[in-house]
Design a protein around this ligand. Structure first.
Ligand code: 4FM
Length: 225
């Protein structure tokens, strides 16, 4: 997959270059391109914002730099997403679908009080929200979206099995996990995990997934996905 992120603050995306995604990028498992919208401003002072018609708080991103930035990367196989609380809320089903279907993802990040509506009308295929709360811009949501999608790109994660039977994919939460030592602060590891009976261990894991889900997220048990 190729991903272009359009933003006024490309330096905010440093986290994507660390850890798992950083190593995957070095191995060319995907291409991530950060584009500074300001570079496309035709204004002599590289201005990218202006006052909203009709009044209102704060500044809006003007359409010209944003439109030109999108058009500079958009091709026939591109899918343009604008991160916004107005979008439908992202879930794991959606993440998987995007990972498998999209060849070229363009993520548009707004900042200030919003972007000119005409850019959405002209260029945006879909608005996506990461949850019902309001942030100062689309950069953090874009990182959440991209991170969640890239986990499904082959070889980004160590084992490709962990993606399959993980929380939410089975619509269940993960079972509790333990590593060494066998006793910590007086608390011990469940005996079944130590006895080497793999059939019994698998049965325990399934039971625990159900118990964890009932305890922490009962709403997930009657959710259509
Ligand atoms: C978006 C602020 C655009 C300013 C935002 C502009 C959000 C969310 C969000 C804030 N995006 N899910 N929740 N964006 O809060 O996706 Cl211009």
């Amino acid at each position: 997959m190729k991903i272009d992120i359009l933003t006024l603050f490309p330096e905010m995306f440093a986290p994507l270059k660390e850890s798992i995604l950083g190593r995957a990028m070095e191995k060319d498992l995907f291409t991530l391109n950060l584009i500074n919208i300001r570079d496309f401003s035709l204004d002599k002072h590289k201005k990218v914002d202006d006052y909203p018609f009709g009044g209102g708080d704060g500044m809006l991103m003007t359409p010209q730099p944003l439109y030109d930035a999108i058009m500079s990367v958009k091709k026939d196989n591109s899918y343009v997403v604008y991160m916004s609380p107005k979008g439908s809320v992202l879930n794991q089903t959606k993440v998987k679908k995007m990972a498998s279907e999209i060849e070229h993802l363009i993520v548009v990040c707004g900042h200030y009080e919003g972007i000119d509506e005409r850019v959405i009308e002209l260029c945006v295929d879909e608005q996506i929200s990461i949850g019902d709360y309001v942030l100062t811009g689309g950069e953090l949501p874009a990182m959440v979206l991209v991170d969640s999608i890239l986990r499904y790109i082959p070889n980004v994660l160590h084992s490709d099995t962990s993606v399959v039977d993980e929380s939410f994919s089975s619509n269940l939460l993960e079972y509790p996990q333990y590593t060494r030592p066998r006793e910590f602060m007086g608390l011990t590891v469940p005996e079944v995990l130590l006895n080497g009976n793999h059939k019994e261990i698998e049965k325990w894991k399934v039971e625990q997934k159900l118990l964890e889900t009932k305890k922490y997220r009962p709403d997930l048990l009657n959710e259509d996905k």
